[in-house]
Structures are given as structure tokens and as C-alpha cells.
Design a protein around this ligand. Structure first.
Ligand code: GDP
Length: 133
């Protein structure tokens, strides 16, 4: 069980002015922010970051969307970080997300779903290195 995860406040949430309330929920849930950057992705970086989805029909749209505005990337620290953070953000599709989760509160669609959270300790490490090294 690792103690690191990685998150992105996605363009829809940043653009709607929801970064503040999202960061507040993350901190209140016990995560420490170890590293944080505001940036805008280019298509090349977005397609590298989401390369696991490159065969999916929504890949092109997903990359365009991730480049559509500024994002905030963060390295987070907490015991059992990956699993606890996935619980805090809720299901990929906000229609399926539990009440009180970040996606239930702030996502507008399965694509514009407000926030990213690493799905394994291994991917958390890869994603942290992608943005912070
Ligand atoms: P996550 O781990 O919950 O973020 O979900 P995935 O790794 O399966 O998908 C990555 C991201 O692709 C999601 O967070 C969504 O932004 C987007 N996405 C996933 N499934 C779909 C889909 O069916 N259609 C569209 N347009 N976007 C999707």
C-alpha cells in the first residue's frame, strides 16, 4: 500500500471556478499537497498521458478536451492514497458517482468529469514523474 497519488483538476472544473472547493475537499479528506502546478497541456503531452486509451473511440476528443484550458496537477500524500482518493472522486461517469464525491458534485459528463486520480501505485509514480521531474 503506497502513500502517494496524483491528480489533475481538469479544464471543465478549473474553467468553472471550482478549483478552490475541490482543493478544500481534498485537504479536508486528509491529503497533503506535496507538489502543485498550473499549466496548459499540448496535444502531444495529452496523448502521451492518456496513451493507454489510444485505441478508444473517445481518445481524440479526450485529448482535445484536456488541452481546452488550464489544469492544476498535484502530487498528494496520505496513507492508502490511491484507493482513498478514488473513493473521494467517485465513478468515472458522474451519473454513477456516489453522493458527496467530487465527480458527483462538480462533473458535467463522463468526459468532462472534473478530476483525475491515479488508478494504481505504479501509475501514480509514473504520472508524478510525468509532471514533476
Ligand atoms: P478514470 O480512471 O475514472 O479517469 O477513467 P478512465 O481511465 O477509464 O478514462 C480516462 C478519462 O477518459 C475519464 O476520466 C474521462 O475524462 C474520459 N472518458 C472515459 N470514458 C469515456 C467515454 O466513454 N467517453 C468519453 N467521451 N470520455 C471518456
Amino acid at each position: 500500500m503506497g502513500n502517494k497519488t496524483f491528480t489533475i483538476i481538469k479544464p471543465d472544473a478549473f474553467g468553472a471556478g471550482n478549483s478552490g472547493p475541490i482543493i478544500e475537499k481534498i485537504e479536508k479528506a486528509g491529503f497533503n499537497i506535496e507538489n502543485m502546478r498550473l499549466l496548459k497541456l499540448d496535444e502531444d503531452s495529452a496523448s502521451k498521458f492518456y496513451s493507454v486509451h489510444k485505441e478508444k473511440p473517445f481518445f481524440g476528443r479526450l485529448c482535445d478536451y484536456m488541452c481546452s484550458g488550464p489544469i492544476i496537477v498535484m502530487e498528494l500524500n496520505k496513507e492508502n492514497a490511491v484507493e482513498d482518493f478514488r473513493k473521494l472522486i467517485g465513478a468515472t461517469n458522474p451519473e454513477d458517482a456516489e453522493e458527496g464525491t467530487i465527480r458527483k458534485l462538480f462533473a458535467t459528463s463522463i468526459e468532462a468529469n472534473a478530476i483525475h486520480g491515479s488508478d494504481s501505485d505504479e501509475n501514480a509514480e509514473i504520472e508524478i514523474n510525468f509532471f514533476f521531474n
